[in-house]
Design a protein around this ligand. Structure first.
Ligand code: PEP
Ligand code: MG
Length: 576
């Protein structure tokens, strides 16, 4: 038995067999397609073949100059694989018959070829097999638009062990086949961790060399609340954790008893409690955990795990569905926030050195208004079906807000001319997640309908701590006095201008710190659905006056640790 300590990324305890995913493994999604999608899938396949051909020719040229013509000729065999009529025709005919995505079909055909070749005792054919395998992986990568993806193939419940997982890898996991995951790298507020929380999959990240210690099939316990992983536990430890899991479930059930009651303090202050979602699939979970509405809809996940851009109609149907499902509850749609740790394969954006400081989110949308407008038009169109609001990510100052609003106005004007109805008074909010916006919140508040504080980014920018880097995770402190002062300034500025202010960063679900936020006057809290009942329970156990006193005291401490300890103590007193 061995124990490893990492970063607690998503709560819960799981026991299961490990499935180690190596860096080079490709996990291929299996999705049904419609008859009318067949030509598009064939086109994707053809493009992937062309793209791979281009890559191999490039490689061949480089090898020829660096190592000589002879070495470069090896790749002629690779190019031949790309022209293999039998392989291509088999893919197309199975695609038409089975109506499954082309990446999956291609992967299946490839496996069959390799299987057949590997059984033949012939040196020449063995080499051909290696060629087919190599080229096949290239084509698959091109089809998937990235290195690795999805885990739909997984049949029994496993604990995934990987060096790293991208947010889109995580988005493709499902509770029914993934009991948890562990990674070598990553931080608490990386989008991979956030996605795990949304899917309610326990996760521990940042265990340095876990992939070197664990092999597929090993028994693992993961404790996503404490950030612990236990390899091949003995009977006693196993039963201890099973008991712990029962205890945790009991606590969760206690919190759940308040889910349908209002989020109101003991002295009558009502708080708006909303959920963060990445995908409309999370709506049942929102309802189960008693959220009033959606405080952050991270729409960039809609662009992930696909090769094309969603059309206006697709966006519209998606937002209309969410708006209708939430009925009277408000739904805050955050416009496309790509970049940072969220890469989208459709956009050929070069990887940047400082990707969190680079060409992302609103910066990208303002530079590509034709892409931005597709989403804005769809949000406006869907606004007649419910209580929709929209908000812009990564606003650094008033000019960006004005530019974004100008494009919004143009979109409205277009719809007016086309006679398409929309809510002309749709609320337009600003995410406050860059220190410059936090400091000039008074300026922004005059031209915004509401604020939502994005602490995940605000903390990484103000403390200069990459939110995805486990090496500096110890510096990532929501309770840091600098963060608290900024949050206070944002709330005060919003209230002076008469607008409401919420928080949709992960800090909103840190139960002890919620006491400070409540005391500072935060109007809305938005978080992963499963975290909501506990917060509601806390809000219903404390008075606003008490929270104000806690906030006042907390603002006087010199370090985040003191703030944290003080709030934990207060929380224990309140919940006792
Ligand atoms: C944030 O930055 O706090 C936030 C909510 O947005 P995201 O986590 O998607 O960057
Ligand atoms: Mg953010």
């Amino acid at each position: 038995m061995l124990k490893f300590k990492g970063i607690a990324a998503a709560p819960g305890i799981s026991v299961g067999k490990a499935l180690r995913i190596d860096k080079e493994d490709l996990i291929v999604p299996k999705t049904a397609i419609r008859q009318e999608d067949v030509p598009f899938q064939i086109q994707l396949f053809e493009e992937a073949l062309i793209q791979t051909r281009r890559e191999i020719i490039e490689l061949q040229k480089r090898i020829a100059t660096e190592m000589g013509q002879d070495q470069a000729q090896i790749f002629d065999a690779h190019l031949l694989v790309l022209e293999d009529r039998m392989l291509i025709e088999e893919v197309i005919s199975r695609l038409k018959n089975e109506l499954l995505n082309v990446a999956y079909i291609f992967h299946e055909v490839l496996k069959k070829y390799i299987d057949v070749f590997s059984k033949i005792e012939d040196e020449y054919l063995k080499e051909r097999m290696a060629d087919v395998n190599d080229v096949g992986k290239r084509v698959l990568r091109s089809l998937l638009g990235k290195k690795r993806t999805l885990l739909d193939d997984v049949k029994e419940k496993v604990i995934v062990v990987a060096h790293d997982l991208s947010p889109s890898d995580t988005a493709s996991m499902h509770k029914k086949n993934v009991a948890g995951f562990v990674t070598d790298i990553g931080g608490k507020t990386s989008h991979t961790a956030i996605m795990a929380k949304s899917l309610e999959i326990p996760a521990v990240v940042g265990i340095d060399d876990i992939t070197a210690r664990v092999k597929s099939g090993d028994l693992l316990i993961i404790d996503g609340s404490m950030g612990m992983v236990i390899l091949n536990p003995d009977e006693e430890t196993l039963s201890e954790y099973q008991q712990e899991e029962i205890k945790l479930r009991g606590i969760a059930e206690r919190f759940l008893t308040v889910k349908d009651l209002p989020a109101v303090t003991t002295d009558g202050k009502e708080i708006e409690l909303n959920a963060n979602i990445e995908l409309p699939d999370e709506i049942p979970s929102i309802k189960l955990h008693g959220a009033k509405g959606v405080g952050l809809y991270r729409t960039e996940f809609f662009y992930m795990n696909r090769r094309d851009l969603p059309t206006e109609e697709e966006h519209y149907q998606e937002y209309k569905y969410v708006a209708e499902q939430m009925g009277d509850g408000q739904v805050v749609i955050r416009t496309l926030d790509l970049g940072g740790d969220k890469f989208l394969s459709q956009f050929e954006i070069p990887r940047e050195m400082q990707h969190f400081l680079g060409w992302r989110a609103i910066r990208f949308c303002l530079a590509r208004p034709e892409i931005f407008k597709v989403q804005l038009r769809a949000i406006l169109r869907a606004s007649v079906h419910g209580k929709l609001k929209l908000m812009y990510p990564m606003i650094s100052g008033i000019e960006e807000l004005r530019q974004a609003n100008k494009i919004l106005e143009e979109s409205k004007e277009e719809l007016r001319k086309e006679g398409i109805p929309f809510d002309n008074n749709i609320g337009v909010g600003v995410m406050i997640e860059i220190p410059s916006a936090a400091i000039t919140a008074d300026i922004l508040a005059k031209e915004a309908d509401f604020f939502s504080i994005g602490t995940n980014d605000l903390i990484q920018y103000s403390l200069a701590v990459d939110r995805t880097n486990e090496k500096v995770a110890y510096l990532y402190e929501p309770a840091h006095p600098a963060v608290l002062r900024m949050v206070k300034n944002i709330i005060d500025s919003a209230h002076s201008a008469g607008i409401w202010v919420g928080m949709c960063g992960e800090m909103a679900s840190e139960s002890a710190l919620a006491l400070i936020l409540l005391g500072l006057g935060l109007d809305e809290f938005s978080m992963p659905p499963a975290a909501l009942p506990e917060l509601k329970y806390i809000i219903r156990s404390v008075s606003l006056v008490q929270a104000q006193e806690i906030a006042r005291k907390a603002m006087t401490f010199l370090t985040g640790k003191e703030v944290e300890e003080f709030c934990q103590l207060k929380l224990r007193e309140i919940l006792r």
